[in-house]
Design a protein around this ligand. Structure first.
Ligand SMILES: *Cc1c(COP(=O)(O)O)cnc(C)c1O
Length: 428
């Protein structure tokens, strides 16, 4: 399987190169040249396969050029070392809980898969790879955890001071070793700006080999296809002849794009829903046909506060830029912070199930779309514990996890590029 750029050119690279490069050399995102179909017999008997067997079947065609059977099996085993259960919440509504990994958000799967691929790709003789990540919380924790102690790879994470939860900060800063954390006096956009500037700094790139672990990296995206297969496997006994709908709490649209890939492989899902907070760029595109990025707005579901979703380009590519095809496969809904709190409270009261703010938006969007002929799954993308400050607004008795930030490893800088660059030079 070769990978090509969403902004077409002659470039064709292996999985290994796509992972190491991160972004194509013409600024496009890497996509697989074709998406292989699995036989319908596989879906008829999917419950006979273990999760690891499913993962191998799904991922093997995408990586076979760069990883042998044994390496892929080992990566899968390490990546999927925690349960991904499907819970029935109310009639025809199910939650796929993706938050039982080490940092309690779905990004653990992508970060673990990517780090383990890289550790096979990097040899000792090569120059060490420096991964730069700007984060509003969850990406930083998952990447820090996934790359901790990976040989020949150093990670630098930038987060906006005071704008991540104490628990997220603890998850990033408690590791040390090859994980460097910078607290920036500024916003998430400032952090992203510093990272972008580093990637275009020719002088810096001569001295340091840089790469990214944001969801533009294809190695983070591909393993996310597995969620949808695991959901279908567990949902199948309940479905009968109903259509299957999946609602995905979305920010950069990486997770929903992975679902669309799974559908193209043959997975019987009739519709995907991009569940959005007030950052509704994608909904406006579906409604008006015009894509207009916006500055991001801060909400309770902060991992979805994205005004210019990077994977939009992959979705357009998948449907040959045709909006009627995008509309055929994806719907979108947007909800406010007030809707989010109300949903957390109601679901807790009526069904004794605790939603995090992202999952709450996923469930709201699903309920809006569902009719009597379909069964739906929403993704629980984060553990409620990570957002206890929000949950306590409607469930005051909810107890938050205490964290000790005294022994954290972080450095504070202003939002000046010069300071950031000096920091990078000091870490190599
Ligand atoms: C990152 C994240 C999202 C958004 O996922 P995308 O792939 O960026 O659309 C949703 N929920 C949580 C908890 C996240 O961490």
């Amino acid at each position: 399987m070769k990978y090509i750029s969403t902004r077409k050119n002659n470039e064709q690279v292996s999985f290994r190169e796509a992972v190491i490069n991160g972004l194509s050399n013409n600024g496009g995102l890497y996509v697989p040249k074709e998406i292989p179909k699995l036989p319908s017999s596989f879906f008829k008997t999917i419950e006979d396969y273990s999760n690891n067997e499913i993962a191998y079947k799904v991922l093997h065609p995408f990586v076979q050029e760069s990883l042998n059977e044994e390496q892929l099996m080992q990566i899968i085993e390490e990546t999927l070392s925690f349960p991904i259960p499907l819970k029935n919440i109310e009639e025809n509504i199910f939650a796929l809980e993706l938050f039982h990994g080490p940092t309690q958000a779905f990004k653990d799967v992508g970060a673990r898969f990517m780090s383990r691929c890289l550790s096979h790709f990097k040899t000792k003789k090569e120059q060490a790879l420096n991964i730069l990540v700007a984060t509003s919380g969850d990406t930083g924790s998952a990447v820090a955890n996934g790359f901790f102690n990976v040989p020949n790879v150093a990670v630098t994470i930038l987060f906006p001071k005071g704008k991540v939860s104490p628990y997220q900060e603890y998850q990033m800063t408690s590791l040390g070793k090859n994980i460097h954390v910078i607290e920036v006096e500024g916003t998430f956009d400032d952090c992203q700006q510093l990272v972008k500037k580093a990637f275009t700094d020719v002088e810096l790139k001569k001295r340091i080999k840089l790469s990214s672990a944001n969801s533009i990296n294809i190695a983070r995206l591909l393993p996310q296809m597995l969620y949808y297969f695991f959901a279908y496997k567990q949902l199948k006994p309940y479905v009968n002849d109903k259509k299957v709908v999946v609602s995905v709490p979305s920010g950069n649209l990486g997770n929903v794009t992975a679902g669309l890939f799974a559908q193209q492989m043959g997975l019987p899902v009739s519709k995907f829903i991009a569940a959005l907070n007030t950052n509704d760029t994608f909904l406006e595109y579906l409604t008006t046909g015009i894509y207009q990025s916006k500055p991001s707005v801060l909400t309770y579901s902060n991992a979805m506060d994205v005004g210019n979703p990077s994977n939009f380009e992959r979705i357009l590519y998948l449907y040959q830029q045709k909006i009627h095809l995008v509309r055929k496969y994806i719907a979108a809904y947007s909800f406010s912070d007030a809707d989010t709190l109300e949903e957390i409270m109601q679901t807790f009261k009526k069904h004794n199930y605790l939603l995090d703010p992202h999952g709450a938006i996923g469930k709201l969007a699903l309920s809006q779309y569902l009719d009597g002929n379909s069964a739906g799954v929403f993704l629980g993308t984060a553990h409620p514990q990570k957002f206890s400050e929000v949950i306590q607004k409607v469930i005051p008795e909810y107890v938050s996890k205490k964290v000790d930030l005294r022994n954290c490893n972080k450095q504070t800088i202003s939002n000046s590029y010069q300071e950031f660059k000096e920091f990078l030079h000091s870490t190599i």
